[in-house]
Design a binder for this molecule. Structure first.
Ligand code: HEC
Ligand code: HEC
Length: 245
């Protein structure tokens, strides 16, 4: 199996290789020497985890490659973390045109923080410890905490429009325009509960119990009951029941 670094460089042809190796593998890492890994993890969970599995971050997306698998051979080959960081940073700016990854999800320092976090943990056995272990997690069940779950570890904004969270995902229903009406519909009530709060809780932990018209099962992750804590789910319900227009 080729390493992710070798595969990416291969797509540019041998002539460009020398110059590219410098840009891809050295440039970015040198420009921003002080990456914040905790911020990187939060940002990764929020914008990348929907599509990518990365064991340390607890994300399970399957639209893009599993990033532990992608960098496993590079670790075996002894590729330095700074090189992996440069590659990830390059991917964030210039994803391959054939793929489904949007370009420029993050720029500048934020891109660097994400790249540094991925480089620190991809294909590394074990779990995050210390400040990293709780990064992305929130305390309490207030609507404000729920907003952090929505934009952070829940990765909800990648798929749902919600003005109160400034999110623009279009994979799932627009929560501003659809949520209240869908939950109030006679077909939804027996399956997701009569109140907006009950409907929200069911929609989050058992997403295919009722499918809003125009949407199919199997897209919204069905593992939020395992991935999020009970208070994070309650916080989401409190946030969404007040935030949805
Ligand atoms: C909408 C889904 C989606 C999102 C969001 C997304 N990616 Fe990707 N990503 C992909 C796909 C699909 C590919 C494979 C593209 C290809 O090979 O043509 C990919 C490829 C990659 C690769 C190369 C892996 C390899 O095997 O060489 C890296 C690194 C990567 N993404 C990192 C990120 C990071 C970091 C973020 C967040 C800033 C992110 N991705 C967000 C879908 C996504
Ligand atoms: C990968 C995309 C994706 C992610 C991530 C995602 N959803 Fe969804 N969501 C969907 C899709 C598709 C549907 C419609 C089909 C269904 O209900 O399963 C949906 C349905 C919903 C509904 C019901 C909306 C209605 O009009 O009835 C709610 C509420 C919801 N999601 C909330 C969330 C929350 C909260 C999160 C984060 C914890 C989240 N979603 C994460 C794709 C996603």
């Amino acid at each position: 199996m080729f390493s992710a670094v070798a595969r990416r460089l291969g797509t540019f042809g041998a002539l460009a290789l020398g110059a590219l190796t410098l840009t891809v593998l050295g440039g970015c890492a040198l420009k921003h020497p002080t990456a914040n890994l905790v911020m990187g993890k939060v940002l990764f969970s929020s914008a990348c985890g929907t599509c990518h599995t990365l064991s340390h971050a607890g994300t399970t997306g399957t639209i893009g490659p599993n990033l532990d698998d992608a960098f496993r051979q590079d670790r075996v080959d002894g590729v330095k973390s700074t090189s992996i960081e440069g590659l990830v940073s390059y991917w964030i700016q210039y994803p391959s045109k054939q793929g489904a990854m949007p370009a420029g999800l993050y720029t500048g320092q934020r891109a660097q923080d994400v790249a540094a976090y991925v480089a620190a943990v991809a294909a590394v056995p074990g779990q995050d410890t210390g400040a990293l272990a709780t990064a992305g997690g929130v305390k309490g069940t207030t609507a404000a905490a729920g907003k952090m779950v929505f934009t952070g570890i829940g990765g909800c904004g990648g798929c749902h429009v919600l003005a109160a969270a400034a999110s623009t995902g279009t994979v799932g229903p627009n929560l501003d325009t659809r949520l209240r009406a869908d939950c109030a519909s006679p077909a939804s009530k027996p399956l997701r509960g009569a109140t907006l709060q009950q409907c929200l809780r069911t929609a989050i932990v058992k997403p295919y119990a009722y499918l809003p018209s125009g949407y199919a099962a199997g897209i919204m992750p069905a593992n939020f009951a395992q991935k999020l804590t009970p208070s994070e789910i309650t916080a989401l319900v409190n946030f969404l029941s007040t935030a949805a227009k």
